[in-house]
Design a protein around this ligand. Structure first.
Ligand code: GLU
Length: 545
């Protein structure tokens, strides 16, 4: 068969020589051991936790090794790119402090572009044309119906499905048959002519999974679709070679197609990159583990974390906890050290599914938020409130001095230990609501109404805004004693029958009256912050309520 003629017929015209393409993208001038990694999302507009998970690994490995992280947009599968999807990826990752060195829509070095696969069509076709010339690719005219009939037959015969060996009908078409089909205007795709043998097992070292055995590929996979746009497989091999990726970290769902990729790198004459197949994020659903699902789990979407007001640092800490087994201990030991100083290693990544647990993230968030300064907390809450909060919540930021006092109190600044009351910005803003406007009754009194009113009346009789904390508390103790409660905790514990309760119960009545809740930071300070008028008013309003 005249392959030169066939190549010209299938992909007519001049294409750049493969040599000139190679020369256009020389290896980067990087120190020895530097890794070039990439993120290669499809621009669907949905950015999920798995993207962030892989992005953090890629970013850490590239930058710790003195290498490069770039962004490539895999838009071959989409009829139309979703508007703003690329900007959304960049913004979402930027929120978590992940920055690309080069790539789509990134200022700076763009020497390996274009970074949108649809703009690289000429390059893929040049390589496909070469494969046709060499007899390693051929046109396939099978229709959708034929392919699905083939599939049904294979399923019925309990055989591996796909286009291979004796099932690869178009693989052995004669020259005359091919030209007849072309002349008849039949649509076609270009397939790889695989030379693999599934009886051959290959030992392969995966940077994350370790040593694995894979079966040689024998599928004649599609490399160019009927519109001349490449498949993921073909674009992956060409782009990761030309963009000089040294390490491909991607989701483990791609492990099954690794044999295809290995054959493609070989047939194209490209050295293979290293691969690391990252485990999926799982969660417990009752007794069993399952993958996080877009439909069932709102926490899969990265926008969830912004809307709820999770601090990006806390999310990153949690992701790193899941990614590298010794990170948690390191961070506990050195909480002040920047995360960049942690020795992130690919071989410390989990081989099987990482278990995502929102409760664990909440714990981490509490700890991380408790470490902030009140000023940093204010800035964080403000950003959230003006993006997602109500007008009322936004009004909390009108008097920043007042708010700083509230935050310092709620965070336990100056105390022996920081308080961990705040989990997310949304929850924190709701939590401090009682410092603004009316109190919201959250908890119920545990004494009857008559006793409640007796406590509140008694309190108002001696309350003086100018009292220091100690005087304030001795007055509460006196009040407790006068109403039959133990003024000292230890007396109550020694002889509980002798009292109605303790001073703690009296304080709780006051606390609920002022804040609406049974648990709060120091009540004396709360009343100081509220101011004389408002503090009294809250207590007075609670009488007969
Ligand atoms: N576009 C592919 C995806 O979003 C990229 C996989 C890869 O990283 O190679 O799954």
């Amino acid at each position: 068969m005249d392959l030169e003629k066939l190549a010209e017929r299938l992909l007519p015209g001049e294409y750049p020589s493969l040599e000139s393409i190679e020369n256009r993208y020389p290896p980067r001038d990087l120190p020895a051991g530097a890794e070039v990694t990439r993120l290669a999302p499809s621009p669907t507009g949905f950015i999920h936790l798995g993207n962030l998970f892989v992005a953090i690994a890629n970013e850490r490995i590239a930058h710790l090794s003195g290498g490069t992280l770039y962004l490539r947009i895999e838009d071959t599968d989409l009829k139309r790119k979703v508007d703003g999807a690329v900007e959304a990826v960049i913004a979402a990752l930027d929120y978590f402090d992940i920055r690309f060195d080069e790539g789509a829509e990134i200022d700076g070095s763009n020497a390996y572009g274009p970074y949108y696969q649809r703009q690289r069509a000429e390059i893929y076709r040049a390589y496909a044309k070469d494969l046709i010339r060499r007899g390693r690719a051929y046109p396939c005219f099978c229709t959708e119906e034929e392919l699905s009939a083939l599939r049904d037959e294979q399923v019925k015969n309990k055989e591996i499905t796909g286009y291979y060996g004796k099932y690869a009908k178009c693989r052995n078409m004669s020259e005359a048959e091919i030209y007849a089909a072309l002349d008849a205007g039949k649509p076609y795709v270009i397939r790889l002519r695989s030379m693999g043998d599934p009886a051959h097992k290959l030992a392969f070292h995966d940077e994350i999974k370790g040593d694995v055995t894979v079966t040689e590929n024998d599928q004649d996979v599609v490399i160019l679709k009927s519109d001349g746009i490449p498949t993921y497989h073909f674009a992956h091999a060409i782009d990761d070679h030309l963009m000089r990726t040294t390490l491909v970290i991607r989701g483990e769902e791609w492990l099954a197609s690794l044999p295809i990729h290995l054959e493609l790198f070989d047939v194209l004459g490209f050295p293979r990159p290293k691969y690391g197949h990252n485990c999926s994020l799982m969660k417990m659903d009752g007794e069993s583990k399952r993958k996080l699902s877009k439909r069932k789990d709102p926490e899969l979407s990265l926008s969830f974390y912004r809307q709820e007001g999770y601090h990006p640092f806390a999310v990153k800490v949690y992701m790193l906890t899941l990614l590298n087994s010794d990170f948690e201990e390191w961070h506990r030991k050195f909480p002040e050290r920047p995360l960049e100083e942690f020795a992130f290693r690919i071989n410390k990544m989990s081989r099987s599914g990482a278990l995502f647990d929102l409760d664990k993230l909440n714990d981490i968030s509490k700890t991380e938020l408790s470490q902030l300064s009140p000023e940093a907390m204010l800035a964080f809450l403000k950003e959230w409130a003006f993006a997602f909060g109500t007008e009322k919540e936004q009004s909390y930021f009108a008097d920043e001095e007042y708010l700083l006092r509230v935050l310092a109190l709620c965070m336990g600044v100056g105390g022996k230990k920081r308080r961990k009351d705040f989990v997310t910005a949304k929850q924190a803003v709701a939590e401090i609501g009682y410092f603004f406007g009316d109190r919201v009754q959250k908890d119920e009194y545990r004494v009857d109404n008559a006793m409640r009113d007796a406590v509140l009346h008694g309190f108002l009789q001696t309350y003086d805004y100018a009292d220091d904390a100690q005087t304030w508390f001795s007055k509460v103790k006196e009040l407790a004693a006068s109403l039959g409660f133990a003024a000292e905790m230890r007396d109550y514990k020694a002889n509980p029958e002798a009292y109605r309760g303790s001073v703690a119960d009296v304080a709780e009545v006051l606390r609920i009256a002022v804040t609406g809740r049974a648990n709060s930071p120091d009540l004396w300070t709360i009343m100081r912050i509220l101011g004389d008028g408002r503090a009294r008013e809250r207590v007075a309003q609670a009488i007969n309520s």
